[in-house]
Structures are given as C-alpha cells and as structure tokens.
Design a protein around this ligand. Structure first.
Ligand code: FES
Length: 98
C-alpha cells in the first residue's frame, strides 16, 4: 500500500495527514476527523466538498463525469468525494469558500 501525504487547509486550519492510494480526498479527511463538508454523503451531487488542488494534481485520478456534470470542470477545482489518490504524492488541497 502506498502511503501518501495529504495536506488540507479547511477553514484556515492546515494539517498534513496520511492517506492510501485509492482513497478519496473526502475519505482521508473524514478518517482524520477533519471538518470537510459532505452534504450529499460523498455521492457527487452537492459540491460542498469542493476543493482547490494547490499541489499534486498529477497524483490524483482524472476528473470524473460526475464532476463535469456538476460543473466542476476546470483545474484546480475538484470534488473531494470524487477524487482519489493515484500516485505517491504529496498532495495539497484547500477546501473552503474561495
Ligand atoms: S460530498 Fe457532495 S459532492 Fe462531494
């Protein structure tokens, strides 16, 4: 299992945690009790998990049809519930109003 360092900035709080290849950015945040919004339960229907990828986009899965369907179609914006780790990282994201 590849362990990947993911740094989150949520509501101004910055924290680096470890995730595993194949996990979504939302799963990793919730596993570490980070307060990431996920109103639709991680199903790609609400955009409350919207983030800006500050670094490491190349270590994430390609944009999904669901993201594009929700209008999240331009880098660096991604939906954390639809975006999985696919490489060795590190990855840095900001998830807050921006
Ligand atoms: S949690 Fe609703 S779109 Fe990601």
């Amino acid at each position: 299992m590849t362990v990947v360092q993911v740094t989150y900035t949520i509501m101004g709080e910055r924290r680096t945690v470890e995730g595993a290849e194949g996990q979504t950015l939302l799963q990793i945040a919730l596993d570490h009790s980070l307060p990431m919004e996920h109103a639709c339960g991680g199903n790609g229907f609400c955009t409350t998990c919207l983030c800006r990828v500050e670094a490491g986009m190349e270590h994430l899965t390609p944009r999904s049809d669901r993201e594009e369907g929700m209008g999240i179609d331009t880098d660096p914006q991604r939906l954390c519930c639809q975006t999985k780790l696919s490489g060795t990282g590190p990855v840095e994201v900001t998830a807050e109003e921006f």
